[in-house]
Ligand binder design. Structure first.
Ligand code: CTP
Ligand code: MG
Length: 226
């Protein structure tokens, strides 16, 4: 079995309000996407890395290294569509039982050690698995407006990260058959909809998703301390 990385990088970064796609914003000295690419390139476990960008992307060629990465210009309207288009483009280069690690371009704190931990701990689990963090805060559910109506027991609650790893065959089936594509915000949820339970592997806070302007600073603090 081989392990492939697939990085969706076709978003517009609306919540970042930077006026340009966030995956190319400079962060700790290089474009955000390059951090994730470098983590996969540095991992001896990864056979090849694919990145999905939009068809009119004019920046990607200045960001990918000369070797080891294939650019797929087939981004879709949603993250799920971008990944599904990427999987179709990989067809022919990958077998159904090969494993795909899907990772957000917007998570620059990934390390080869986290990649290895995910692959090792998911092992042969047929439903695949994902990095995630156990919830440590007290969780509130709001009723009307911002009024705390209820405290949700945090026991058993996790925050999903990426990479999320599944066999090519399973991931393709899960995303193609997703009952409610609007509700799919990660790959594991599509696999869960098939009645399968992906393994949760404890990730690290440094692997945060850069979503809002304030996240850039936090990510840079982690990147300064490998
Ligand atoms: N993504 C993608 N194709 C889309 C939408 C998102 O490949 N149509 C990618 C993003 O580039 C990002 C990852 O999916 O690497 C996670 O999505 P998110 O953090 O939501 O990024 P954006 O969609 O770009 O940001 P926003 O939702 O704020 O617009
Ligand atoms: Mg988005």
């Amino acid at each position: 079995v081989r392990y492939f990385a697939l990085i969706p990088a076709a978003g517009v970064g609306a919540r970042m309000e930077a006026g340009s796609p966030k995956q190319y914003l400079p962060i700790a000295g290089k474009p955000m996407l390059r951090h994730a690419l470098d983590a996969f390139l540095a991992s001896p476990l990864i056979a090849h890395t694919y990145v999905v960008v939009s068809a009119d992307d004019g920046v990607i060629d200045t960001v990918v290294p000369e070797q080891g990465v294939t650019v797929l210009r087939c981004g879709g309207a949603t993250r799920m569509e971008s990944i599904l288009n990427g999987l179709h483009a990989m067809h022919g280069s990958i077998a159904a039982h090969d494993q795909v690690l899907v990772h957000d371009a917007a998570r620059p704190g990934l390390t080869p050690a986290l990649i290895e931990k995910l692959i090792t701990e998911v092992g042969e689990h047929a439903a695949g698995g994902l990095l995630a963090l156990p919830v440590v805060d007290t969780v509130k559910r709001a009723g009307q407006g911002a009024l705390s109506a209820q405290t949700v027991p945090r026991d058993g609650l996790w925050l999903a990260q990426t990479p999320q790893m599944f066999s090519y065959g399973l991931l393709h089936k899960a995303l193609s058959e997703a009952p409610d594509p609007q509700a799919i915000t990660d790959d594991a949820s599509a696999v869960e909809a098939l009645g399968l339970a992906p393994r949760l592997v404890e990730g690290h806070p440094r692997n945060l998703k850069v979503t809002l302007p304030r996240d850039i600073h936090t990510a840079e603090l982690y990147l300064a301390h490998p």
